[in-house]
Write a protein that binds this ligand. Structure first.
Ligand code: NAP
Length: 275
């Protein structure tokens, strides 16, 4: 069992817990008796989830509203957890978003915010929280990557590269930590209906154009697979058979064949060509 046994004063820090996959991961952990520290920017949504989890599962659920693009705010997280008398035994780096469209039409501030959230915050929070776990010989880290990690992704170039980073980083960190009592799992979902596509300016219908329905997995199932993978100490979890096949195909197929196909089919690139 790779998941630490929950106690009164241990907590699972879950970023991106205000919606979608992160909220469902928090639910899965609460169901197993883990206290939660819910992190994102939308405090009202975090508070509503914290109340829900405390009521439904009798766990302690704390809320810390933070913009993870801000290094100083991120740096305050351990002190804020400690001030609540808690020790972070589980870290879930799940917060993230994507930009869509060709790089030459992208906005610099959005591209940088994406890299800060999807890459920099993951590295930072692992660097901040993992040393204590190693000292205590107990801990588990779940980093949300994506099937976009398995090949470059024209139309979401920065996002695909960010998730490839998260996958590579998680695997390397997991290998370093072997035998320390701390495990690392990279969760690599395919498409999930969470409002994630919409947040990038693309409707779920537009996103569905290039991603057939059988690839879509509900957020609850993605979260359940992630937490089961964490329990089993699996290095990589890809929810859904179609997504496992797609990830393998994307990884092994010659990029000279795959990339023109992806570039021709990506809905945001099609849209840019039409406009
Ligand atoms: N949905 C998919 O198809 C899909 C597929 C593969 C991987 N993923 C990955 O899954 C993870 C969760 O995405 P989701 O689908 O659940 O989307 P979502 O519902 O839009 O959730 C994204 C979460 O990230 C948080 N977040 C974004 N920027 C933040 C910032 N600057 N500071 C703090 N929190 C921030 C959001 O909270 P606030 O807005 O309240 O800050 C929200 O809780 C992401 O890493 C995403 O890349 C999603």
């Amino acid at each position: 069992m790779a998941l630490p046994t929950p106690t009164q004063d241990t907590t699972a820090v879950v970023t991106g817990a205000s919606s979608g996959i992160g909220a469902e991961i928090a639910r899965e952990l609460a169901r197993r008796g883990h206290g939660l520290t819910l992190v994102a920017r939308r405090e009202d949504r975090l508070k509503a989830l914290a109340d829900d989890l405390a009521q439904a599962h009798g766990v302690r659920a704390e809320v810390i509203a933070v913009d993870l693009t801000d290094a100083d705010s991120r740096g305050e997280l351990p002190a804020l957890v400690e001030a609540r008398g808690l020790t972070a035994d589980i870290l879930v780096n799940n917060a993230g978003f994507t930009t869509m469209g060709p790089v030459h039409l992208s906005r610099r501030d959005q591209e940088l915010a994406m890299v800060r959230t999807d890459v920099e915050a993951v590295v930072d929070l692992c660097t901040i929280f993992v040393p204590g776990m190693v000292t205590r010989h107990r801990g588990a880290v779940l980093n949300t990557a994506s099937t976009a990690a398995f090949q470059p992704l024209p139309g979401q170039a920065g996002y695909g590269a960010s998730k490839a980073f998260v996958l590579s980083y998680s695997r390397a960190l997991g290998a370093e930590l072997k035998g320390t009592g701390v495990t690392v799992t990279a969760l690599c979902p395919g498409p999930v209906e969470t409002g994630f596509a919409e947040a990038s300016g693309l409707s779920d219908e537009e996103a569905s154009e290039s991603l057939p329905r059988f690839m879509w997995v509900p957020a609850e199932r993605v979260a359940a697979a992630g937490v089961e993978g964490l329990e089993a100490g699996r290095p990589v979890v890809i929810p859904g058979a179609a997504n496992r096949f797609g990830a393998l195909a994307g990884y092994y197929a010659p990029k000279s064949l795959v990339l023109p196909l992806l570039a021709s089919q990506h809905p945001a690139l099609k849209k840019a060509r039409r406009d």
